[in-house]
Every structure is written in C-alpha cells, then in structure tokens.
Design a protein around this ligand. Structure first.
Ligand SMILES: *Cc1c(COP(=O)(O)O)cnc(C)c1O
Length: 463
C-alpha cells in the first residue's frame, strides 16, 4: 500500500470506531452532561505544544477529553430547542465531504458538488411544495438563510425605487420597514441587523390567540405608508409552531407591493406530510423562504436553505463578480446564491438524507416526530400538577408545573442532570413553560416512555 494509505488509516479507523461507539451509546447514555466548565478546560484547554502528536493519538485523546462534555442531542431523548439528529447516510456523506475536501464555491472547483446541490435543491423544492423555478442557496443554517433572503428583498424593493443598493449602499436610500408578528424568531432580528435595515425597522403587529398575525393589523399597517416593506411571516415558531395564514396574508401583502418572506426553519417541513400540509396552505405564494436541513431533515450541522422567487434579486445581492473565476452560464455557481466564496460542499448530506428516506420516508419521519410530541405532551400533562399550555398541532408542545415559574424552572434544570431526557424552557404569554420539541428521526415509543418517567421522577423528588 502507498505511504499515504498508511498515514490516513489509523486516524480514520479510530474516528470510525469512536463514532460507532458513540452512536451505540446513545440509547443508554445520559442525555445531559455532568461535567463543569472548569473540568472541560482542564481536559481540553491544554498549553500549545511545540511538537506534534500521532494523528491516531490526537483523535483518541480528543474523543476521551470531549466525551464528558458531549450532550446526547443526536439521540432520541433530547427535546430541547429545535435540534435534529443525523441520518446514517447523511453522517457518512458528511465524512465524504471532509475526505474529498472540495471547495463548493464554484463549478470549476467541484463539478460533483455543484451538480449534487442542483439535484438536492430540486428535490427540496418538490418536498416543500415550492415553485420549481425559485433559486436556492445552501447556507450554514436558517439564520443565514433569513439573512440571504432579506438581502435579496432589500435589493428588489430598492431597485423598484431606482436605488441600486449593491452600488450605493443604504445611506440615503428610502428606508425599508419590516412588518411581522411577536412570534418572529431572533435570527430575523439579527438578519435585519446584518443587512443594514436595523432593528428599529421591525414592527411587531398584533397576533391572535393562536399567535397568528392578525389580517386587520397587517392591512392597517400596509395602508399606513407606501414605504418599501418586507412582510415576515412565520411557518412554525419556537413556542407553539405557530403558522401565519399564508393564503390570506400573502395576497394582501402583495396587493400593497410588499416582499413576503417566510421563516420556516422547521415548520416548512409540514408540507411533506398529508397530515400537516394544511398548516402551510398558500406558502408557495411568498417571495422567499428560509429553512434548515440540520433540524428536521436530520442532516449534520451546518445546513440551511434560502429560496428566492426573484432569482435576479438573489443573484444581484449575493453574486461574486470577480475576473479570476469563469462563471458558468449553464452549471450551478454556488457563489451566486450564498454569502460565501470558499465553502463546505454542504449539498452532499442533504442529497444523501433524501435518497436514504425517499419522499415517503421523509413524510414518515415528520409524522413520527409529531406523534411522539403529542404522546410526550399528553403523557407529561397527565402527571400530577402539570398543565398543558399548548397541545401540539405539529412537533412543539408546552407544559407548566405546579402553576409556578419556579417549579417549572426546577423541572427543566433537573432534566439537564437526570440523564433520562432533556428539555428547555421559554416564556409564553408571560409565564414560564417547558418546551417539548421533537425533531429527531431516532426517537421511539420507548424513548417517549422513558422521558415521561423521567419527568415523573423529577416531580416526585421535588415533592
Ligand atoms: C432554529 C430557528 C432559526 C435559526 O436557524 P439556525 O439554523 O439556528 O440558524 C430561525 N427560525 C426558527 C423558527 C428556528 O426555529
């Protein structure tokens, strides 16, 4: 064998064995960690060494030192934030991405990466029920997908006012306002900062008792001013998976010349299921959409998608205009669609995940997560002193303990050290609540039982 083989094999073999050992441990492993920051620093923040170490030893040491600080969020008993696991084909494809080490910025750097992204983008549009002709950027996550879409919106809205924002910048431009609801995600507020709109431009209009933006409130705001306007709608917010009424609101916004953007980090995936598709009715009418692969599609981090109807606005805001790369007229040039130049070939895991599952498999995964979320919410809701604040209509439920913020916080905190299941909290309608968020393909009925039992034990221990 070539020397090269000998150089790579020990470290890669070590990584394979450590990976399999970790994945095998997920069923039994405590979900949270019991380490402290001081212990993690002690183990990992070691002095810079003059001399190197065998690659295999580097991996062994790294795995051993990191293990106490690894949260089992890739397993089936983690219900915090909105965090998916990783499908086998997606993890393996992600390894290949590192092995091939392609720069997926340009077709010329990697015809395979560009073509896989093109194919995966087509599959995503079909799965999510988006128009076939919209452009798609593969970005690091939904925060950057929201940013990319807002940059395209900024371009299009200002171009209509004879303002070339890419050339002239924002100083002196007609100010853009952003109309949305209180359910808007923090990443959109951040995106508004990144693209120079400023957080003062965001106007949170009134929502109803299902956290949906009220049509009367939107209509009144649209009538109030003919300023360039972005309407930000929500496909699944992080508290209750609130969905705005797209079929009603989008035509209204369009009538007033607004750009409609939809944040559907996980909620856009409702479109793949016959049981939940009604939640996104009319979603295809929007101008841009942001969603994640690393949440509900269960591919490894980092993976988000930005879709834009006005492909010229998308390209004008993101495109890389340099002389030293030949931009192909025919093939996909990723630099036209996302805010990076050199970049990871993040289309491969998406391609692999969708191939592993097929359309039916993706639908079954979404349905299963929703079923587990309902069972968890009802199971925990059936324990003494527990109130169900939101019975899930998708994959997000809310419960509260002992009608008390303190008791709710105690249960959440205890779940981080108990090991059986892991939850986080929120404030909803002025009260602390525990979120029950299910996004992982691995969660089973048995995991749900263990999680309900875990909360039962935490309640007993505190009484
Ligand atoms: C997670 C999330 C985001 C941000 O996505 P990242 O992938 O973390 O960047 C935006 N909106 C909603 C509704 C989310 O749940």
């Amino acid at each position: 064998m070539a020397a090269r083989d000998a150089d790579y094999r020990p470290a890669l073999t070590q990584a394979l064995e450590s990976s399999l050992a970790y994945l095998d441990s997920l069923g039994e492993r405590p979900v949270g960690v019991s380490t402290t920051l001081a212990e993690m620093r002690e183990a990992l923040a070691i002095p810079l060494a003059e001399d190197g170490v065998d690659a295999e030893r580097v991996i062994m040491d790294l795995v051993a030192a990191s293990d106490p600080g690894i949260v089992a969020s890739s397993g089936g008993r983690f219900y915090a934030w909105v965090i998916g696991g990783s499908l086998p084909a997606a993890i393996a494809a992600d390894w290949m991405v590192s092995t091939w080490d392609q720069n997926a910025g340009a077709y010329a750097c990697s015809p395979a990466a560009a073509t896989v992204e093109e194919a995966a983008a087509g599959w995503l549009k079909e799965l999510l029920g988006l128009p076939a002709e919209v452009s798609c950027g593969f970005v690091t996550g939904c925060n950057m997908a929201n940013t990319t879409c807002l940059a395209a919106a900024r371009h299009a809205l200002l171009a209509r006012r004879e303002w070339d924002v890419e050339r002239q910048g924002l100083a002196g431009s007609p100010p853009i306002r952003v109309l949305t609801s209180p359910a808007v995600h923090g990443s959109l507020v951040r995106a508004a900062r990144f693209v120079g709109l400023g957080t003062d431009a965001i106007i949170k209009l009134e929502a109803d008792d299902r956290d949906q933006l009220r049509p009367e409130a939107l209509e009144a705001a649209l009538r109030e001013s003919d300023q360039p306007t972005i309407v930000l709608l929500q496909a699944g917010d992080i508290n209750i998976a609130a969905f705005d009424d797209f079929a009603m609101l989008i035509p209204l916004a369009k009538k007033h010349g607004a750009w409609v953007h939809i944040d559907g980090a996980f909620g856009l995936w409702a479109a793949v299921s016959a049981n939940y598709r009604h939640l996104v009715a009319g979603v295809e009418l929007a101008d841009s959409w942001a969603t994640d692969g690393h949440k509900w599609l269960n591919v490894p981090y980092d993976c988000g998608y930005a879709f834009v109807r006005d492909t010229e606005a998308h390209r004008a805001s993101m495109g890389l205009m340099t002389a030293y790369v030949d931009i192909s007229e025919d093939a996909r040039e990723a630099t036209s669609w996302n805010p990076e130049w050199s970049r990871r070939a993040r289309g491969f895991p998406t391609y692999a995940a969708i191939r592993q599952l097929g359309r039916k498999g993706v639908e079954a995964m979404i349905d299963r997560c929703c079923r587990h979320c309902l069972a968890l919410t009802e199971g925990i809701g059936g324990l003494p002193g527990v109130e169900i604040l939101w019975r899930p209509h998708l994959n997000q439920g809310l419960v509260r303990f002992g009608d008390s913020d303190e008791e709710t916080d105690r249960v959440i905190a205890a779940s981080h050290t108990h090991g059986g299941a892991f939850f986080t909290g929120t404030v909803w309608r002025g009260q602390r609540a525990m979120r029950i968020s299910v996004c992982n393909w691995q969660t089973t009925d048995a995991d749900v039982e263990v999680a309900i039992q875990t909360v039962g034990e935490i309640l007993t221990a505190g009484s």
